[in-house]
Design a protein around this ligand. Structure first.
Ligand code: ADP
Ligand code: MG
Length: 687
C-alpha cells in the first residue's frame, strides 16, 4: 500500500476490520477506539509472559502458563451449569481444561482428540488436579510461536479478550509496512533516527512502553509537529482576514476610567493598547486574553467593547452560564452608565416577547452591546453591524470551534477570548498557537491575598467551629469534595454524604451541586447561594469560573491531594473576590506523600497562577494530564507537553522551516490525515 491508501485504511471505522462484530464494536467504542488508527494509540500497559512452554510436572498454581499437551478425552455433561471438560496430558503429567460457556462443537474443533495442542492460561488446582479454566489460547502446534512468547497487555474492558485484540492489532500492523519518510534527515537525527513503522512495531510488539525511548519520542514528535503545523496554518489564515478598521476616539474609555474607583495597572493598560491597535487595524483581531482568576480581565474587555461601539459597531459578550452572563450584564450597566449606549441581556430563558424586541433592535442597530449565554449566537439572531465578539472564561474551545467563530461574526468582526487558566508557554503554543496571546500578569494591588491553610481530616471539628463563627458574620462557605475519576457513578456519593452530615449541623443552610444535575438545577442552587439563602455550598465539580460570590470567602477542599495544583489555585480563586479576607482550607488524609506535601507548600507560598502552573507541571508524572483536561488540552494522545518539552522546541523550528515553501506540505499529508486534521486544513483553505 502507498501512503494515501494506508491513510484511508487507518481512518476507516474500526468495524471494517475482521473480527469486529456488534458486541466488540460497542466495547471498543467505550474505550474510544472508533477508527482503525485509534488502535495504534492505545498502547500496551504491560506484558504477559506466555513464553517458555512448561511440562506438566513444572506447573505453578496461579501462574499464567503455556503448555504443549495431547488431547485424551472429553467430558460433556448434559446438566446445566456444569462446565465442559477436556482431559489432556504430556509425558510428565495430566491437566484438565475447563470450559464454561463454550459449546461442544467448538471444543471438539479446537481440541481434536489425540492431537498435540498449545494451550495458555492461568493454572489452578482443584480436586488434586491441575486445571486451566477458559484458556486464553488454544492453538494447533504449528501456531506455537503465536502464543509461546511475551505478549503485550492492553487495558481492556470486560468482554474484549487479549486474543481478539491481538487479532485486530495484527491486522493493522500487517497493512502499514514501509512508508516514505516525511521528516528531513537532520530532524530525524534529532529525534532518534527511527522510522514511523519501526516505532509503531516497537511500541506494540517489543519493548515495554517507555515514554523516553526513541520509538515513543518519534511517534510523539509526529503528533506534536502535526499540531503545531496545523495551528500555525490556521494562524496564517487568520492573519489574512481583512476587515474594515475601527476608527474611534477615546471618549468612552475616558468616561469609564474616570468613573470607576480604581486605576488600571500597567499591564492592563498595555494590553488594552494592544487590543485597541488590533481594533484599529485592517486585519481581524483574533486574540486570547489570558489572566489568572481575579487579575482584572473584565474591565479590559469592557474597554474594548466601548471602543468598538464608539467606532459605530455592535459588541456581543458571551458567557458560559446564565449567572455569569447576568453578572456581566449588571456590571456593564454600571461601567457604561456614562456612555449613553444600549445594553441588553439575552439567554435561552428570556421571555419570548422581550426576545423578539431584542432581535428587532439588534437588527436595526438600536442595541449596542448584547450580553448573554450561547443563545446570542442562535441562527435567527442578526446584528446590524457586529464588530466585536468577546467570549468569557472559555476553556473548552478547540481550534475547530475557533475557526467557526472566526467566520460567525461576519467580515468586520474582531474576536477576543478570555481564559483564566494559567498555562506555560509550550502549552500555549500547543493549544492556542493559532491566536495572538496577551497575558495579564499579577493582580490589582488592592486585593487581599488569600490565606491558605492545610489541615488533616481528623480536625474537622475545629473547622466546623470556625464555620459557625463565620456564618454568624454572614460569610459563606464553599465545600468541595473532589470527583473520583475512576468511578463516575460513585463520584458524588462522598458529596452527598457530606451534605447530609453538614446539614445536620447547619439545618436548611446547606446546598449541594454535583455532576448529575443539569444546568438549570445547578443554576437554581447557585442562585440560592448567591442570594444568601444558604450559607454552605457543597459541590463535586469545580465551581463555575468567574462568578462573583461576594460573601463567599471560605473554601474548604477535601482530599486536596486529588486535585492538580492549578485546579486548587483556581478553586481558591473563587473566594475573597469581594473586599474581605479569603480563606482556603486544604483538607488531607494524614498519609500524605512527599509529593503532595511539596504541592501544598507551593500553594501556600504563592498566589501567582502562572508560577503555580509552571511548578505544578514539573512535579507531575508523565501523561498526568489531570487538570489539563479542564483547560481543554486534549489534543495529545502520545506527547506530553512537559516531558517532551524539547520535542516541542524542535517542532517549533521545524514548522518555520516547512512554512518557507508551500510545496513542503505535501510530505506531511499522511500525518495530517492520521491525526484527523485534514478537515481543519480544508476549511481554512476554502476561501
Ligand atoms: P477576572 O480576571 O478573574 O475576570 P475580574 O475582572 O472579575 O477578574 O476582576 C476582579 C476584581 O478586581 C474586580 O472586582 C475588579 O473590579 C477588580 N479590579 C480590576 N482591575 C483592577 C485594578 N486595576 N485595581 C483595582 N481593582 C481592580
Ligand atoms: Mg472574569
Amino acid at each position: 500500500m502507498n501512503q494515501s491508501k494506508i491513510n484511508n485504511f487507518l481512518t476507516k471505522n474500526i468495524s471494517t476490520l475482521n473480527g469486529v462484530g456488534i458486541k466488540t464494536h460497542k466495547i471498543l467504542k467505550k474505550k474510544k477506539i472508533e477508527k482503525i488508527s485509534d488502535l495504534l494509540w492505545n498502547l500496551p500497559q504491560g506484558h504477559t509472559d506466555r513464553s517458555n512452554v512448561k511440562t506438566l510436572d513444572k506447573l505453578e498454581i496461579g501462574k499464567i502458563t503455556t503448555v504443549k499437551v495431547k488431547v485424551v478425552k472429553y467430558n460433556f455433561p448434559r446438566i446445566r451449569n456444569l462446565p465442559n471438560k477436556v482431559f489432556c496430558e504430556d509425558n510428565n503429567g495430566k491437566i484438565d481444561i475447563i470450559f464454561f460457556n463454550s459449546r461442544e462443537g467448538y471444543i471438539r474443533k479446537i481440541l481434536p482428540l489425540n492431537t498435540l495442542v498449545i494451550i495458555s492460561g492461568k493454572i489452578n488446582y482443584y480436586n488434586k488436579k491441575y486445571q486451566i479454566t477458559n484458556p486464553s489460547y488454544v492453538v494447533p502446534i504449528n501456531k506455537e510461536s503465536y502464543v509461546n512468547r511475551i505478549i503485550p497487555k492492553y487495558s481492556l474492558t470486560e468482554g474484549l479478550t487479549e486474543k481478539i485484540y491481538r487479532k485486530l492489532i495484527d491486522q493493522v500492523i500487517s497493512k502499514i509496512s514501509i512508508l516514505n519518510e516525511w521528516h528531513d534527515e537532520h530532524i530525524l537525527k534529532k529525534i532518534g533516527n527511527v522510522s514511523w513503522y519501526e516505532s509503531i512495531i516497537n511500541i506494540h510488539e517489543k519493548a515495554k512502553v517507555d515514554f523516553n525511548s526513541k520509538y515513543y519520542r518519534r511517534l510523539a514528535y509526529d503528533e506534536i509537529l502535526t499540531n503545531l503545523l496545523v495551528l500555525s496554518q490556521v494562524r496564517k489564515r487568520f492573519k489574512k482576514y481583512k476587515k474594515e478598521k475601527k476608527v474611534f476616539d477615546n471618549l468612552y474609555n475616558k468616561n469609564i476610567l474616570n468613573d470607576i474607583k480604581f486605576s488600571l495597572t500597567k499591564n492592563q493598560i498595555s494590553i488594552s493598547e494592544e487590543i485597541n491597535k488590533d481594533l484599529n487595524s485592517d486585519f481581524k483581531m483574533f486574540r486570547l486574553l489570558q489572566g489568572d482568576v481575579g487579575s482584572g480581565k473584565t474591565i479590559i474587555c469592557f474597554l474594548a467593547a466601548a471602543n468598538a461601539i464608539r467606532a459605530g459597531y455592535q459588541t456581543a459578550l458571551m458567557a458560559p452560564t446564565e449567572i455569569l452572563a447576568k453578572q456581566h450584564y449588571q456590571l456593564a450597566k454600571k461601567i457604561f452608565r456614562t456612555c449613553n449606549i444600549s445594553i441588553k441581556y439575552i439567554s435561552g430563558k428570556s421571555d419570548p416577547a422581550e426576545k423578539k424586541l431584542i432581535m428587532q433592535d439588534l437588527e436595526n442597530g438600536k442595541i449596542n452591546f448584547l450580553i448573554g449565554t450561547h443563545a446570542l449566537f442562535q441562527k435567527n439572531i442578526f446584528f446590524k453591524k457586529l464588530g466585536l465578539i468577546i467570549i468569557d472564561e472559555q476553556h473548552k474551545f478547540g481550534v475547530k470551534q475557533r475557526i467557526e467563530l472566526a467566520n460567525k461574526g461576519g467580515k468586520d468582526c474582531d474576536i477576543l477570548l478570555m481564559s483564566a487558566t494559567p498555562i506555560p508557554r509550550t502549552l500555549i503554543l500547543a493549544t492556542y498557537g493559532d491566536m495572538d496571546v496577551s497575558r495579564l500578569k499579577g493582580k490589582p494591588l488592592e486585593r487581599k491575598e488569600i490565606i491558605t491553610l492545610s489541615k488533616p481530616e481528623e480536625k474537622i471539628d475545629e473547622i466546623i467551629e470556625f464555620i459557625k463563627k463565620k456564618i454568624k458574620g454572614h460569610n459563606q462557605v464553599f465545600w468541595v469534595c473532589p470527583l473520583i475519576e475512576e468511578s463516575k457513578k460513585l463520584d458524588y456519593t462522598a458529596a452527598v454524604k457530606k451534605f447530609k452530615s453538614i446539614s445536620k449541623i447547619f439545618p436548611n443552610k446547606v446546598g449541594l451541586i454535583h455532576g448529575s444535575l443539569n444546568k438549570d438545577e445547578k443554576e437554581k442552587v447557585l442562585n440560592k447561594f448567591l442570594s444568601n439563602k444558604i450559607s454552605i455550598l457543597i459541590s463535586t465539580t469545580v465551581i463555575e469560573v468567574g462568578i462573583d460570590f461576594p460573601n463567599a470567602n471560605i473554601i474548604i477542599i477535601e482530599n486536596s491531594n486529588k486535585f492538580g495544583l492549578s485546579q486548587l489555585h483556581q478553586l481558591r480563586g473563587r473566594v475573597g473576590r469581594g473586599h474581605s479576607q479569603g480563606t482556603c482550607i486544604l483538607l488531607f488524609k494524614n498519609n500524605l506523600s512527599e509529593n503532595a506535601r511539596k504541592r501544598i507548600k507551593i500553594l501556600k507560598s504563592s498566589n501567582d497562577g502562572f508560577l503555580i502552573a509552571e511548578k505544578d507541571m514539573k512535579l507531575r508524572g508523565f501523561g498526568d494530564v489531570l487538570g489539563f483536561r479542564q483547560s481543554g488540552i486534549k489534543d495529545f494522545r502520545l506527547a506530553d507537553p512537559i516531558h517532551h518539552e524539547d520535542l516541542f522546541k524542535i517542532a517549533e523550528e521545524n514548522v518555520k522551516e516547512i512554512e518557507k515553501d508551500e510545496r513542503n506540505f505535501k510530505k506531511y499529508d499522511f500525518l495530517i490525515k492520521l491525526f484527523d486534521k485534514a478537515d481543519i486544513i480544508n476549511e481554512i483553505n476554502q476561501d
